[in-house]
Design a protein around this ligand. Structure first.
Ligand code: CP3
Length: 343
């Protein structure tokens, strides 16, 4: 049996060509995505329409033959299942009802009551498990508690996560209680994705970079460790990718401290640094700057080769340092993949 290359890299194997996928690979840069989203009506309707969500997950697999597919959904569906209101303002991003008091945390739904709302997401996973090519791995995901909490507290995205930092400073009990509720619900949510057919799960901590010192340990490392330990107890051998984005020095030892099998690296650090400091301890994913998918050309080829070269002596999953942007040119993705696969 030839195992899927993504699973081999996650098991610690150094492969001649790294498996490839891209964060936000199903997205607005693809005309077929825009057409399916229009058919669904809007982004959230697309997330909750299992057949269309499976369709957009499969689009980049058909077009590019990526080695992994990532479930099409969003990290903010979990807060919505916990009882928060969620909507997307066109051209601006997500909006949620805010939580800033202990009463607000206590009014959230119990972790066992999230599945009704999230049922269509599990159905998307089941469809994908049936329909993906046999060599393509299926990745499920959730937001990490800190990142999800930043949206639940502020009611929107923010550059500095100021509202969440303010609550953490002013009312640590409420802040910690919210982190606990999200942590417990995330275990149930990811566990159901695995039962539905996800072979790997990824935790997105997009705002981990704004947690410093003890806060990084308490709110990035500890919740991830709790989630990963609980998932591996229920699903022995389940590979987990952790993405503490812009953690910098915090990347060092993150896999060992959390039990993650792979650490995803953003493009604020060099691949040479990450190979020396992080890949020495296991598999890494990353870390080409997403801008190259917009600008293309010689620089794309040179930097793609540089990432492959830097990580070639250890287990590596080729990816961007963050999500591909809507203004990317689909032909540049082809050029990147050809460059990686040419060795
Ligand atoms: O990677 C994938 O292709 C899988 C699907 C996925 C989406 N969001 C689809 C999406 C995943 C894994 C996410 C994660 C996510 N969502 C994160 C963590 C990763 C990161 O990017 O840092 C965060 C912070 C969110 C919250 C979120 N969702 C924001 C802030 C936005 C608006 C910004 C934007 O890009 O418009 C979204 C919307 C969103 N999620 C889109 C997609 C494809 C664009 C929606 C559209 O079609 O209009």
């Amino acid at each position: 049996m030839t195992q899927k290359t993504l699973l081999r890299a996650l098991a610690g194997e150094t492969l001649p060509t790294p498996p490839i996928w891209m964060m936000r690979q199903a997205g607005r840069y693809l005309p077929e995505y825009r057409a399916t989203r229009a058919q669904a009506g809007d982004f959230l309707s697309l997330c909750y329409n299992s057949h269309l969500a499976a369709e957009v997950t499969l689009q980049p697999i058909r077009r590019y033959r990526f080695d992994a597919a990532i479930l099409f959904a969003d990290i903010l569906l979990l807060p919505q299942a916990l009882g928060a209101d969620l909507w997307f303002e066109t051209g601006e991003g997500p909006r949620l009802s805010t939580i800033t008091t202990m009463g607000g945390v206590q009014a959230l739904k119990s972790k066992d009551d999230i599945h009704e709302k999230l049922g269509p997401i599990y159905e998307t996973v089941r469809i994908l498990a049936r329909e993906l090519p046999k060599e393509t791995a299926l990745i499920g995901f959730a937001g990490a508690p800190w990142t999800v909490a930043t949206y639940m507290i502020a009611g929107r995205g923010s550059k500095d996560q100021g509202a969440a930092h303010a609550l953490k400073a002013a009312d640590r009990a409420t802040f910690s209680a919210l982190i606990d509720v999200i942590t417990e619900a995330t275990i149930e949510y990811l566990s159901m994705q695995v039962l539905a057919g996800a072979e790997v799960v990824k935790l997105f901590d997009s705002w981990a970079g704004s947690l410093k010192g003890q806060d990084f340990t308490d709110f990035a490392v500890q919740p991830a460790a709790r989630i990963i330990q609980a998932l591996k107890a229920r699903h022995p051998g389940l590979p987990v990718i952790a993405f503490p984005r812009e953690a910098g020095e915090g990347y060092i030892g993150f896999a060992a401290a959390t039990g993650a099998d792979c650490v995803a690296i953003d493009n604020s650090v060099s691949p040479e640094w990450a190979a020396e400091k992080v890949q020495v301890s296991g598999c890494v994913q990353g870390n080409l700057a997403p801008e190259h998918m917009v600008t293309g050309g010689e620089a794309l080829v040179r930097e793609t080769k540089r990432v492959v070269q830097a990580f070639k002596n250890g287990p590596h999953i080729f990816n961007l340092g963050h999500g591909i942007t809507p203004d990317a040119n689909p032909d540049n993705v082809t050029l990147m993949i050809e460059t990686v696969r040419a060795g």
